[in-house]
Design a protein around this ligand. Structure first.
Ligand code: ZN
Length: 286
């Protein structure tokens, strides 16, 4: 049986690869492909996962190398997303850096992300944003400054941004939309990674939700529309197998929902191709 009997370029919008702790780029891409997946959008992993803490440039260079490997050695198309995970800032503080010092280090790294997008080595800035765990008010102030700095860079080069934040409901979507207005970046270029089914404009205020692809979330979402992306947030970390969805989830879910008529073919094309090409300003040629 052919895993993907359709022509749909099934895309996982947020999937990690990690040869230090997991299966690595080629093996992960092959299992994704064998389940029917075609396109992987791969944000870099944080610096502590490869034992060079705070080497942010290396984190980005590694993910670019991995996407190049996937493109050269497998049938999957891979694109890198480069940024500095918000937990890096918390760790800089814990390591004794002042807020100002930490902010400067992250700004330098984000400037490098921008260069990589300009050089077409990455297609977006991310994941950036705010930690998913509680932080002190002073740190929050700086995390917000960092997030806005990253969004401003993206706006300057007409790039998309993948946002990693605390659990987001209408309230936070509204806040991010007002930041987008302030910076004058197109709202759909702000992608809320790890999102619930916030599909309607009165729920996401024009941002792009990238949905955690479990059955319930996608089922709820598609009843309201198809203006969303699908992702797993697969970590490729063998010590944390149950932390997130596996690498086959997006293709499996998509093909299953197509068979059951929960997705129309038009929905699947919109989610996996139309939305992706529009938001990232890329052509999948698939
Ligand atoms: Zn992630």
């Amino acid at each position: 049986m052919i895993a993907n009997p359709t022509e749909i370029p099934i895309t996982d919008n947020h999937i990690h690869v990690d040869p230090f702790n997991g299966y690595g780029p080629v093996q992960t891409a092959n299992s994704f492909y064998n389940a029917g997946g075609r396109v992987m959008i791969v944000p870099n992993k944080p610096s502590w996962t490869f034992n060079n803490e705070f080497d942010f440039k290396k984190a980005m260079d590694l993910v670019i190398k991995y996407t190049e490997q996937i493109n050269a050695e497998t049938n999957v198309k891979a694109f890198a997303v480069c940024g500095v995970h918000p937990a890096e800032y918390s760790r800089l503080l814990r390591a004794g850096k002042s807020h100002q010092e930490g902010f400067q280090l992250i700004k330098n790294a984000l400037n490098y992300s921008k260069e990589l997008v300009l050089e077409d080595k990455a297609i977006a800035i991310g994941e950036v944003g705010r930690p998913h765990y509680p932080i002190k008010e002073e740190e929050l102030k700086y995390q917000n400054l960092i997030m806005k700095y990253a969004i401003q860079l993206a706006k300057d080069i007409d790039s998309a941004v993948q946002l990693h934040t605390e659990t987001t409901t209408e309230i936070e979507f509204k806040e991010f939309a007002s930041i987008a207005d302030e910076i004058q970046i197109k709202k759909e270029k702000l992608i809320k990674h790890f999102s619930g089914p916030y599909i309607r404009k009165d729920e996401n205020f024009g941002l792009t939700p990238s949905l955690t692809s479990n059955k319930d979330v996608i089922k709820k979402a598609i009843k309201k529309g198809n203006n969303f992306l699908m992702e797993t947030d697969f970590l490729d970390d063998k010590t944390r197998p149950g932390a997130v969805l596996g690498p086959k989830t997006v293709p499996k879910r998509t093909l299953d929902f197509l068979r059951k008529g929960i997705f129309t073919e038009e929905d699947a094309y919109k989610i996996h191709k139309g939305n992706i090409e529009n938001i990232y300003s890329i052509d999948l040629n698939l």
